[in-house]
Write a protein that binds this ligand. Structure first.
Ligand SMILES: *Cc1c(COP(=O)(O)O)cnc(C)c1O
Length: 432
């Protein structure tokens, strides 16, 4: 039976009968798993039997999280990792291994923007930041011979640029490359990028997916069905000794042995196995509990974000407000199409005042928490240009659409009136 989203978020990937009838998913706090016998060990190493070997590579608690998120996103398989940054880096390394280009936009999480320019080129992976992301016809000119993927955020951090996923997927597929979507701000509740043609979806589960600001985790979801054998991805077709057929000794490729999900399986057995950013079972357990209330939390956060954005729009100390749920926002039309339930819980505004007044405002906020992170149950406020996007030079900040007076708010689950009253008193103190 095909269950709806709200049933899957509570039930998918878990059968109590396989876990001593435990109602909640148990925390398998173990490094390794005992083989039943030599035949079992042989079968596990030959990939003819499924099971668990070593928690760096797989773990029963993490496995439930992976299956649950794959179900929520309509993917064939998912891989849990120690952070969102591990999910992004392993994905891009697995795509452009040995050298190549990734085409993306300047509208990115600060850590992505920063790492793209600073570390990937040292691995001979060049990341092109094209401002033409809203103009697929122009963007096509930025796809080069060795471009291995298009990477975008479904709705971007911090200014809420909404990606036209259908147009981007069509463009990527025309050039034989996958569309990779960072759906951290979207969450599977608001949007399933795979439905619009995305091939790989990555998450920082640290944010709204878990929603309680109490762990660091990431996931990679594979849609399945991408033609990895089109000549651009030899690493996925390479014949591997570890994947050999034990009877004949013939070496086999990831695509041959794992046709449903060759991409995430290769990340698991190569990058996770060798580079080791494993997600611990306790953090996976916390993420599963967070996901049980994903819809309820995100719906309330969207409602609070909208109320805060509407309040700010009317405030005389605010130069502009960016939230794609506002009619005045340039992303409004795309948001209506891709985010019918609302474009997430993050908004930003331009503080109209001196740097000193802006500092006074932030120091005067009492209820809201002043720190980085988003998607938390608590409402968070931060001056992004000095913090989350602080590693970027002022030219890079301008390119990323992060002006010096930008303040970002991630709406939490408190009473909207209390949040607005707190902002109001802080504005009054800043301008008294
Ligand atoms: C936070 C974040 C990341 C990085 O995730 P971590 O779990 O902090 O490593 C990546 N992408 C986006 C959009 C984020 O907000």
């Amino acid at each position: 039976m095909a269950y709806q989203f709200d049933t899957l978020k509570i039930r998918a990937g878990y059968n109590p009968a396989e876990h001593k009838q435990s109602v909640q998913v148990p925390i398998y706090q173990t490094a390794a798993y005992e083989f039943r016998d030599t035949q079992n060990a042989d079968g596990l190493f030959a990939f003819t039997e499924t099971g668990f070997l070593y928690t760096r590579v797989n773990n029963p608690t993490v496995d439930v999280l992976e299956q649950r998120v794959a179900a929520l996103d309509g993917g064939k398989a998912a891989l849990g990792l120690a952070s969102g940054m591990a999910a992004i880096s392993y994905t891009l390394l697995n795509l452009a291994e040995g050298g190549g280009r990734i085409l993306t936009t300047p509208y990115l999480y600060g850590g992505s923007f920063d790492s793209f320019g600073r570390i990937y080129p040292k691995f001979n992976i060049h990341i092109d930041l094209s401002p033409n992301i809203h103009n697929p016809a122009k963007l096509e000119a930025d796809i080069k011979e060795d471009t291995k993927a298009i990477f975008v955020e479904s709705v971007s951090n911090p200014t809420g640029a909404v990606a036209d996923l259908e147009a981007l997927a069509a463009l990527a597929h025309k050039h034989g490359i996958p569309l990779v979507v960072d759906n951290t701000f979207g969450t599977p509740y608001l949007i399933n990028p795979i439905k619009y043609g995305a091939d790989i979806v990555v998450y920082s589960a640290t944010k709204a997916l878990n929603g309680h600001g109490n762990l660091i985790a990431g996931l990679v979801v594979e849609a399945g069905g991408f033609p990895w054998d089109n000549g651009k991805f030899p690493q996925i077709l390479q014949e591997e000794y570890v994947l050999r057929d034990r009877a004949s000794g013939r070496k086999r490729s990831f695509l041959e042995v794992f046709p449903d999900a060759p991409f995430v399986t290769r990340i698991r057995l190569v990058y996770l196995n060798y580079f080791g950013a494993a997600l611990g079972p306790f953090d996976a357990y916390l993420a599963l509990i967070g996901i049980e209330t994903l819809s309820e939390r995100v719906a309330k956060q969207v409602s609070n974000a909208r109320k805060i954005a509407e309040y700010l729009e009317k405030n005389p100390h605010v130069e502009w407000v960016k939230y794609p749920g506002l009619k005045s926002d340039p992303n409004y039309t795309l948001a209506q199409k891709y985010f019918p339930k609302g474009p997430g819980s993050v908004l930003s505004f331009g503080f109209k005042g001196t740097v000193e007044q802006s500092g006074k405002f932030l120091n005067a906020v009492e209820l809201l928490s002043y720190h980085v992170n988003v998607g938390d149950a608590r409402t968070l406020i931060v001056n992004s240009p000095r913090t989350t996007h602080g590693e970027l030079t002022s030219e890079e900040q301008q390119f990323a659409d992060v002006p010096p007076n930008l303040i970002r708010i991630s709406a939490g689950l408190e009473d909207a009136g209390d949040i607005i009253a707190d902002l109001d008193q802080a504005f009054k103190k800043a301008f008294n």
